[in-house]
Design a protein around this ligand. Structure first.
Ligand code: B1M
Length: 232
């Protein structure tokens, strides 16, 4: 350890989490990985590490990006460190042994390369027992249609982080309607600039504020669908 390095394991929980927010801000991948491992070893649940150490750290990065204090290259380093932490948590979140709940195809819409939030949704959905087909970023209508034809999902999820890309969701949903397959799917949308009103306006079934809400909403819609089918 270099002289000015901080011994993360010597910090108490609050100190460590605060240090991890700083390390995420500075894009320090290895420190984030170490911090995640320490918190897990101290008995923190993977979900708590995710929300309190990583997501909260990224929120701070987001504010300074918005205010012009951080720029794209720095935010990319933060995103890279965040992903490294998420990679450790992913198998743990998926380890719940939950029964298979249904299948979701999800992707970030065309023109948009933000994927951290979408990846979190994938992790949480898998952890809750859903089968997830992740289409990644920058997805065209055609790509969504191909994936729906190939995987026959119960749920289509779309993510957008830019006000310029979120209208693309309407194009996808309108195309599903034209093809007569809209009502075969539960369409859930999410991303920081969206809200419920937007989701209604584009014809989605629901807006999901965060990954935990996405899981709850998916469960609720499939439960309602199964009840309808059972009583038909
Ligand atoms: Co971008 N970026 N970015 N960026 N970036 C934002 C979104 C921005 C708000 C920053 C700002 O100005 N404050 C702003 C958008 C402004 C606007 O549209 N009004 C912005 C901009 C402008 C840009 C560029 C245009 C910058 C430039 O080039 N000049 C550019 C666009 C590139 C493109 O997409 N074409 C750009 C680039 C980048 C990076 C590449 C540097 C990097 C992305 C790296 C990556 O994702 N691999 C980046 C980042 C990291 C951000 C911020 C800082 C953080 C986003 C994030 O990861 N948040 C962001 C600021 C912010 O959002 N506060 C910003 C953490 C994540 C956990 O939250 O994504 O909201 P979130 O996901 C949540 C929920 O929204 C929800 O659940 C998730 C988990 O709880 N959710 C869903 C998300 N998707 C869902 C789908 C669902 C359900 C729930 O389906 C069922």
């Amino acid at each position: 350890m270099a002289e000015d390095d901080i011994d993360l394991s010597a910090l108490d929980d609050d100190g460590l989490v605060a240090q991890m927010h700083d390390d995420l801000y500075d894009g320090l991948k290895e420190e984030i990985e170490e911090g995640v491992r320490i918190l897990l070893a101290r008995g923190w649940t993977p979900y708590r590490v995710l929300t309190e150490a990583l997501v909260e750290g990224m929120r701070i990065v987001g504010e300074d990006f918005r205010d012009g204090i951080l720029f794209v290259p720095e935010v990319l380093l933060s995103a890279n460190a965040m992903k490294a932490g998420m990679a450790i948590l992913k198998p743990l979140l998926a380890e719940t042994g939950a029964p298979r709940m249904g299948k979701m195809v999800i992707g970030t819409v065309k023109g948009d390369i933000h994927d951290i939030g979408k990846n979190l949704v994938c992790m949480m959905m898998e952890g809750a027992g859903f089968e997830v087909v992740d289409l990644g970023i920058n997805n065209s209508v055609e790509r969504y249609l191909e994936a729906i034809a190939e995987h026959s999902p119960d749920i289509l999820g779309m993510s957008a982080l830019l006000t310029t890309t979120m209208p693309y969701m309407k194009l996808v949903i309108d195309t599903l309607k034209e093809r007569g397959i809209r009502d075969d799917l539960v369409v859930l949308v999410g991303g920081a600039p969206l809200n419920e009103e937007f989701a209604r306006a584009v014809g989605a079934d629901a807006y999901c504020r965060d990954a935990a809400v996405a899981v709850e909403t998916a469960r609720e819609f499939l439960r309602r669908r199964d009840n309808r089918r059972a009583s038909a």
